[in-house]
Design a protein around this ligand. Structure first.
Ligand SMILES: [Zn+2]
Length: 51
């Protein structure tokens, strides 16, 4: 079992707010626990990881 810790940068496509979070990468899927932006956007994000 390999779980990689990654830094995840999220940018909201609605308001442009940026977030940097620590996430876990498992089997190509990234889990950050991030739920929604301050503008209530829950789905429309650009996501990029440093790993
Ligand atoms: Zn937003």
């Amino acid at each position: 079992m390999s779980t990689t810790r990654v830094k995840v940068k999220i940018r909201c496509r609605r308001c442009g707010e940026k977030f940097v979070l620590k996430g876990k990468k498992e089997k190509g899927k990234i889990e950050t626990g991030f739920r929604q932006c301050i503008c209530s956007n829950e789905h429309d994000f650009d996501m990029e990881t440093d790993d």
